[in-house]
Design a protein around this ligand. Structure first.
Ligand code: M6R
Length: 612
């Protein structure tokens, strides 16, 4: 969602800010803007992509070595030039960028209107900007204090950066809910929604915590205090990410690059954790909580979207191997449905970005009831990774494509490790089976590599079905979440309606949709419920549906029935999701490209959903 970049230092701010906005494009947005201070405080804003903003400012004076920039994902007010950020205060002395939602903006706006303020936009952000100005004038305080006082009156979520016309040496940044990171260079500071705009300039960063305000001054030390006025010592961390991870590296799209990175990213998720030669698994991040997990009466997994699908695979794995009951909840439902949670409970929150507002709120709710919260996150230092008691990073590397691919397989890998470790500790599977499974898991990266080879078949299928209006995805057991994930991938990037179902549920409704025009993707891999799935395929064929089957290498039965088959290498049933997902990712990708869709930044979607 909205992206924030700010710079103060000796260099020209404009190129740094524009490059930073481009690095944040993956988050999803519909307008962009920039404010530069060079004696006068100039704001430029444009609906559409960052390139529109670049066109707009072609002949403008872009000098200035302090500035703020923003990509907006519309919440209050439609995406247009006026609602884009930065927003000026009434006197035009202050410019402000904001990510989040000010929930009480309507009442604040009324009060400000009563005091003579008029508003240009429909945004909550302009209200906050004027509130800060009003406080500064009426209470005769400096900008930092005005921001701090204003934030005490605000209900909602925010990450903001504020710049004032009469102070070219200061930026004020603050956050609650929405993320903000400050990069510390030599004589310069950067502020951004995540580390991607900062990484090429410095690796030293400070992640602001909730309700913290930062005073960022040219050539002076960074100062941080809470909005309740308590001084904090900035905790400087080293970024581990490198710049290559943020580039396309010769691929046409980030999504394609990330699909092809999976042998590597899955290996990284297992590195230092899976030891087939020693016959063991070590999960350092949750070592202090292992006994609690082993003795848990129940585990609840909370997540959204693709991470929720990974959670479902996790449920099957943990129940199957470690015999601990698991419930998987949409974080957005969990947070509002008064769940029964106590200090005995263990919650596992799964999130690629580590910033998903609903997942964060679910964590806070469970925490308030005394539960133990473990995280499975990809982004190091993210809000969720810091809000949990302990956790395991997936180490998939930055995922830029909005459609999650390598993050999913990394999450499933970590959940597999966790389930196996718990099974080992609980003694719920025989040692020989454990050793066999960890050996098979170790082979997965190579098998993913084999699965990725050759796209001819997938491209042929994509070509054939690129213009259909609906797709159905079916799977059973471990392949049911794979069906859900395949359908989500297709709809989010190609805008073709797709539904995922447990294959046996088809006869309870979706079968009515099947005719000679309906492509049905069936994950029909060997073992488990293979024979049952074969029957489901027959049910589809009997109604003239078109079957595209994902099968185990060497399969004969399904090949004889399906219209198209894609083979994946043989593996243990519970490891199949790590392989079967891959052709479905590729199918969605190729269909979307053929339809001319913006694969990396699909319409209306944001990479990290920081509002509820
Ligand atoms: O960052 P998170 O894993 O918490 O994000 C959750 C969902 O927003 C995310 O998985 C979304 O569904 C993706 N666009 C799926 O490709």
């Amino acid at each position: 969602m909205c992206g924030i970049v700010a710079y103060i230092g000796p260099k020209d701010a404009y190129p740094i800010l524009i490059k930073g906005l481009k690095r944040l494009e993956y988050r999803g947005y519909d307008s962009a803007g920039i404010a530069l201070l060079n004696g006068s405080l100039n704001v430029f804003k444009a609906k559409g992509k960052v390139s529109e903003l670049e066109n707009l400012v072609k002949n403008a004076d872009l000098s200035g070595n302090v500035g703020i920039a923003h990509t907006r994902w519309a919440t209050h007010g439609e995406p247009n030039d006026v609602n884009a950020h930065p927003h000026y205060s009434q006197s035009k002395n202050i410019a402000l960028i904001h990510n989040g939602i000010i929930e009480n903006y309507a009442s604040l706006r009324k009060e400000l209107e009563a005091r003579g303020y008029t508003f240009q936009s429909s945004t909550d952000t302009e209200v906050l900007t004027n509130l800060i100005e009003d406080i500064q004038i009426n209470e005769e305080v400096d900008l930092l204090e005005a921001v701090r006082i204003a934030l005490n009156q605000v209900i909602g979520a925010y990450a903001i950066v504020v710049l004032a016309r009469d102070d070219k040496d200061t930026l004020i940044a603050a956050r609650k809910g929405s993320p903000l990171v400050i990069g510390i260079g030599i004589d310069e500071y950067f502020v951004a929604s995540d580390a991607s705009p900062i990484i090429e300039y410095t690796k030293n960063v400070v992640y602001l915590d909730n309700e913290e305000v930062a005073l960022i001054r040219r050539n002076k030390d960074l100062k941080i205090k809470t909005i309740r006025n308590v001084e904090k010592t900035p905790y400087i961390q080293k970024l581990e990410m490198n710049l290559d991870a943020l580039e396309k590296g010769g691929y046409e799209h980030f999504m394609l690059k990330e699909i092809y990175e999976q042998p590597h990213s899955i290996r990284d998720s297992m590195r230092g954790r899976l030891h087939p030669e020693l016959g063991t698994i070590s999960l350092g991040g949750i070592i202090d909580y292992e006994q609690k997990l082993v003795n848990a009466a129940k585990i609840t997994i909370v997540a959204c979207g693709t991470s929720w699908h990974a959670g479902l695979v996790g449920e099957y794995l943990i129940e199957d191997l470690a015999r601990i009951p698991v419930e998987v909840e949409y974080a957005s439902e969990f947070r509002y449905r008064n769940p029964i949670i106590s200090e005995k409970d263990i919650i596992i929150a799964i999130s690629q970005s580590g910033e998903t507002a609903d997942t964060l709120a679910a964590i806070e709710l469970a925490k308030s009831k005394g539960a133990t919260i473990l995280g499975i996150c990809n982004v190091v230092g993210s809000s969720i990774s810091r809000a949990t008691h302990a956790g395991i990073y997936t180490h998939a590397g930055p995922e830029i494509g909005v459609a999650s691919t390598k993050a999913f397989t990394a999450q499933v890998t970590v959940l597999t490790l966790m389930a196996l470790r718990l099974a080992q500790l609980k003694g719920t599977i025989p040692k020989t089976k454990f050793l066999h499974l960890i050996h098979e898991l170790g082979l997965i990266p190579d098998k993913v590599e084999q699965t990725l080879k050759g796209s001819k078949k997938v491209i042929e299928i994509a070509e054939k079905f690129k213009n259909v209006r609906n797709f159905l995805y079916l799977g059973r057991g471990y392949n049911f979440p794979v069906a859900l994930e395949g359908a989500l991938k297709l709809k989010e990037i190609s805008y073709i309606h797709a539904e995922g179902y447990p294959a046996a549920e088809m006869k309870h409704g979706p079968i009515a949709l099947i005719d000679e025009e309906m492509p049905v993707v069936v994950i029909a891999t060997k073992r488990g419920t293979y024979e049952k799935v074969v029957s489901n395929i027959q049910e589809v064929k009997a109604r003239k549906g078109i079957v595209i089957a994902i099968v185990t290498k060497g399969d004969v039965a399904v090949k004889g029935m399906a219209d198209y088959t894609i083979e994946i290498p043989e593996t243990e049933e519970m490891l199949v999701p790590l392989l079967a997902t891959i052709p479905l990712q590729k199918l969605s990708y190729h269909i979307a490209v053929m339809r001319g869709c913006n694969v990396d930044q699909p319409r209306n979607l944001a990479k990290s959903v920081t509002v509820e």
